[in-house]
Design a protein around this ligand. Structure first.
Ligand code: PLP
Length: 402
C-alpha cells in the first residue's frame, strides 16, 4: 500500500511526546549494545511498595478480574476522597472523584468534558510537554505565558492578567513543576486567584498535583484549595499514584472536580476506556490505605533528595551551565544556551540533546519541548552511581563543546 490513509485534522495538530521520543532513542541505542546514562525518563526506578505488589499478586492469583464501575471502585473513590479531603481541608464526596488511566488521562478527560472549540487554557512555560497537546486534543487553544528564572519560574499575576480573557477556562498550575522543579507558595496561588476572580466563574485553576509529595525542605507544597479559599474557589484537582508510590506503569490517576463535571467526564471515559485497569485500582487503594506503605514512600523521597544533591554537585563542575536547584519533583532544568550556536556547536538544544546522546551516551530532553529553547532537562530518577558517572560523562561532553 503506497497511499497513506487520510488522517484527521486533530491527529495532524498533535506533536509526539519529546520525553518518550528521547527515552525510545536511548532504549534503541541500549538494545544496539551502547551504554547509555538515561536522564530522560520521568519515572522512579523503584518497585511499588511491598504491600501493593503483594496485594496485586494475591488478587490476580485468586480472583476473576472483571470490570468495575467506570469511575472506579467505590472503595478507591472513597479512599481518594478521604485522602484529598484531609490534605486540602475540605469535604470531598466520592462522587466528585473520577479514577482514570493515569493523571494524563485525568487531565484529558477534564478538558474533553469542559472545553469547546476556541476555549483557552493558560499554560505557564516551561511546561510539561503534554499540556499544549492535550488542550489541542480537546479542541481548545493553548495560551502559553512565559515565566522567568528570576521569578523561580513561577507565573506572575501581571503576566497572567495580560493573558486571561473571556475564553479562558483554565490556568494550569503544576507544583512542583516538571520540568523546573519550582514550587508555588500559598501567596503566589492567592495572587493568581485574585486575577482569575475577575473572570469568575468560567476561569478555573487546574492544579496538577502529581508531584505534590515530592517537595524538598524547606520547600513545602501549598494546597490550591487552601490558597484560593475566599479568593476564587474554582478549581479542579488532578493527582495520582504514579510518582509518589513509584507506580507509573500501573496507570492510575484521579480527577476531583464538581459533580456535574465528574459525571460528564465519566460519560466520556465510559465510551473510551471504561474503568481503569481493575488490578491497578486495587493497587492504588492499597497504596493509599495500607499503613506500611508510608515508610517506603519516605525512603524513596530521601533517595530522590540525595540524588538531586548528587546531580547538582556533578553539574556544578561544568562551567557555563545555568543550574537552579529544584525544590521538588525529580528534574534539573539546565540553561545550556552558552553551548548552542556558533561555529562547531549544536545549532539549538535539540541538536545538543541529540549529540549528547549519540556521541556521548547521555540521554536528556531538549528544552524546546517544554517551551524553553536553550535548556535541557535532566531527570535524577535513576540510581546514584549512574548520576555520578553520567555527570562525569556530561562534563567531558561539554568540555569538547566549549
Ligand atoms: N503531570 C505531570 C506534570 C507529569 O510530569 C506527568 C508524568 O510525567 C503526569 C502528569 C502524568 O502522570 P501519569 O503517569 O499518572 O499519567
Amino acid at each position: 500500500m503506497s497511499d497513506s490513509p487520510k488522517l484527521s485534522a486533530r491527529a495532524a495538530r498533535i506533536r509526539p511526546s519529546a520525553t518518550f521520543l528521547m527515552a525510545a532513542k536511548a532504549g534503541a541505542l541500549r538494545s544496539a549494545g551502547r551504554h547509555v546514562f538515561d536522564f530522560s525518563a520521568g519515572e522512579p526506578d523503584f518497585c511499588a511498595p511491598t504491600a501493593v505488589r503483594e496485594a496485586v499478586a494475591a488478587l490476580v492469583r485468586d480472583k476473576p478480574i472483571g470490570y468495575t464501575p467506570v469511575a472506579g471502585t467505590p472503595a478507591l473513590r472513597e479512599a481518594i476522597a478521604h485522602e484529598l479531603a484531609a490534605y486540602h481541608g475540605i469535604a470531598i464526596k466520592p462522587t466528585q472523584v473520577l479514577v482514570s488511566c493515569g493523571a494524563k488521562h485525568s487531565i484529558v478527560n477534564l478538558l474533553l468534558a469542559t472545553l469547546d472549540p476556541g476555549d483557552e487554557v493558560v499554560i505557564p512555560a516551561p511546561y510539561w510537554v503534554s499540556y499544549p497537546e492535550m488542550v489541542r486534543v480537546a479542541g481548545g487553544e493553548p495560551v502559553v505565558v512565559q515565566t522567568m528564572l528570576r521569578d523561580q519560574w513561577r507565573l506572575r499575576p501581571d503576566a497572567l492578567a495580560a493573558a486571561v480573557g473571556p475564553r479562558t477556562r483554565y490556568v494550569i498550575l503544576n507544583s512542583p513543576s516538571n520540568p523546573t522543579g519550582s514550587v508555588y507558595g500559598r501567596g503566589d496561588i492567592e495572587a493568581i486567584g485574585r486575577v482569575l476572580a475577575r473572570h469568575a466563574p468560567e476561569a478555573v485553576v487546574l492544579a496538577d498535583d502529581i508531584y505534590r509529595r515530592l517537595c524538598y525542605a524547606p520547600a513545602e507544597h501549598a494546597s490550591v484549595v487552601k490558597a484560593l479559599a475566599g479568593v476564587h474557589e474554582q478549581y479542579a484537582l488532578v493527582d495520582g499514584v504514579s510518582k509518589t508510590y513509584a507506580m507509573t506503569g500501573y496507570r492510575i490517576g484521579y480527577l476531583v472536580a464538581p459533580e456535574p463535571v465528574v459525571v460528564a467526564a465519566t460519560r466520556i471515559q465510559g465510551q473510551m476506556t471504561s474503568n481503569a485497569a481493575t488490578p491497578s485500582q486495587h493497587a492504588a487503594f492499597v497504596a493509599l490505605t495500607d499503613p506500611s506503605v508510608e515508610a517506603e514512600v519516605a525512603a524513596m523521597h530521601a533517595a530522590f533528595e540525595r540524588r538531586r544533591d548528587t546531580m547538582l554537585a556533578g553539574l556544578a563542575r561544568i562551567p557555563g551551565l545555568g543550574v537552579t536547584p529544584p525544590q521538588g519533583a525529580f528534574y534539573v532544568f539546565v540553561d545550556a544556551s552558552r553551548y548552542v550556536g556558533g561555529p562547531g556547536r549544536p545549532a539549538d538544544d535539540e541538536e545538543l540533546a541529540t549529540r549528547l546522546l549519540e556521541q556521548h551516551g547521555v540521554a536528556t530532553v531538549p528544552g524546546a519541548a517544554f517551551g524553553a529553547p536553550g535548556h535541557i532537562r535532566l531527570s535524577y530518577a535513576t540510581d546514584d552511581a549512574s548520576i555520578v558517572d553520567g555527570c562525569t560523562q556530561l562534563a567531558q561532553a561539554f568540555a569538547e563543546l566549549a
